[in-house]
Design a protein around this ligand. Structure first.
Ligand code: PLP
Length: 395
């Protein structure tokens, strides 16, 4: 089956009620037919649901769909994207291990690596997104166990060559772990390039409508076994209600991502020509420094466009005040277009030199392009960049 069919036709086994849409198993626990069955499920001679911290049919349906969409064998859902990132590291790394990561990371992933797992004696090395294969090879230490990266990155839209990292991981026997949130499984499948684990914030495009939080780790059985043990004991489980929302959303993921990407490309193209915009970055714009790589590993450029505006925070503020359609929020991946100033919000905690290294300038605007009519978006943004440039800030 092809992706769209898989996403739509995978469903929990029909109950005796013969429902068409998937049922919601909003229950904390499950009953046993007999004392013998309780014993058998607990000693794992019989497979069955016990308690929703361990497993739940609605949550499992969501996981099954993500596995199919990501070409992965197994997976586990979590309450949030960060719980998925943390579980993928905490379950597989131990004191004394070393993690190699690309510098361009989501803020909280950076905090987990530098402030949390580092307390437990797990060391790290950061490399630039465009480091060469020889540089990655040279950074591998005897105790290196995992490579972790995000592509495209948030908010820099930098890419890492998945095929190359797949080779490096294989050569040195490392666990290759990718945050595939920005592309979503509709546009990019890291497992096809040798990724052992793929993590997602389902809060973003999987929901795609700004309603629920969720996360998921999918990948090779042997690693998911460890992640599952970690999650079952420590309890970052996904709510069945959120799973029900998310599993229905996956049925429209491909369709939404196509439209998101078409809107994003059209908006990026319009702003690229605009005299009052200093820089526009979008993976499928020919001006993106890694455009060829984007074309190779992504089927479309995704829904995030960044622009850089001259005039510091004052200009950012004037620009945001002028927008009539786009929302001001720190979230992304919604049907509604959202703008964020990472310098003062999502990445405010980074040191100035860290911001510079990631291309996070004061005037950087991250646009999460929604599903509105793109002509309205182009008008809204061109008006806001023009009016804010004329407000006297730039003189
Ligand atoms: C939002 C986001 C996360 C974190 O997900 P939550 O669901 O908010 O915990 C992780 N990685 C990326 C790239 C994100 O955009």
């Amino acid at each position: 089956m092809r992706k769209q069919t898989k996403a739509i036709r995978t469903q929990t086994k029909k109950t005796h009620y013969r429902e068409h849409s998937t049922p919601l198993f909003l229950t904390s626990s499950f009953t046993f037919e007999s004392a013998e069955q309780g014993k058998a499920i607990f000693d794992e001679t019989e497979v069955g649901n016990l308690y929703s911290r361990f497993s739940n049919p609605t949550v499992q349906e969501f996981v099954d769909k993500v596995c199919l969409l990501e070409d992965c064998e197994d997976g586990i859902a979590t309450a949030t994207g960060m719980a998925a990132v943390f579980a993928s590291m905490a379950a597989l790394l131990k004191s004394g291990d070393h993690i190699l990561a690309c510098r361009a990371l989501f803020g909280s992933a950076h905090q987990i690596i530098t402030q949390i797992i580092s307390k437990w004696g797990i060391t790290y090395t950061y490399l630039d997104h465009d480091a060469t294969e020889a540089e990655w090879d040279a950074a591998v230490q005897l105790n290196t166990r995992m490579i972790y990266l995000e592509t495209p990155s948030n908010p820099g839209l930098d890419l890492v060559d998945l095929e190359m990292i797949g080779r490096v991981s294989k050569k040195h026997n490392l666990i290759f772990n990718v945050d595939n949130c920005f592309a979503s499984p509709a546009l990019q499948n890291p497992a096809d390039y040798g990724a052992d684990l793929v993590v997602h914030s389902a809060t973003k495009y999987m929901d795609g409508q700004g309603r629920v939080l969720g996360g998921v780790v999918v990948g090779k059985k042997e690693y998911i076994k460890e992640v599952r043990f970690f999650c079952r004991q420590t309890g970052p489980s996904m709510s069945p209600f959120n799973a029900w929302v998310l599993t229905k959303s996956l049925e429209t993921l491909n369709l939404r991502m196509e439209k998101h990407a078409a809107n994003a490309l059209a908006l990026a193209t319009a702003l690229d020509k605009h005299p009052n915009v200093k820089m526009v970055k979008y993976p499928f714009l020919p001006s993106h420094p890694q455009h060829d790589l984007a074309k190779k590993q992504m089927s479309a450029g995704g829904a995030i466009v960044t622009i850089d505006l001259e005039g510091g925070f004052q200009r950012v503020s004037a620009f945001m005040a002028e927008l009539e359609i786009a929302s001001l929020s720190s979230n992304l991946g919604d049907t509604r277009t959202i703008v964020t100033n990472p310098y003062t919000t999502t990445h405010a905690k980074l040191k100035p030199e860290e911001k510079i290294a990631l291309g996070i300038t004061e005037g950087l605007i991250r646009i999460s392009v929604g599903l509105e009519d793109v002509e309205d978006l182009i008008e809204d943004f061109t008006n806001a960049v023009t009016v804010s440039a004329k407000s006297g800030i730039l003189e």
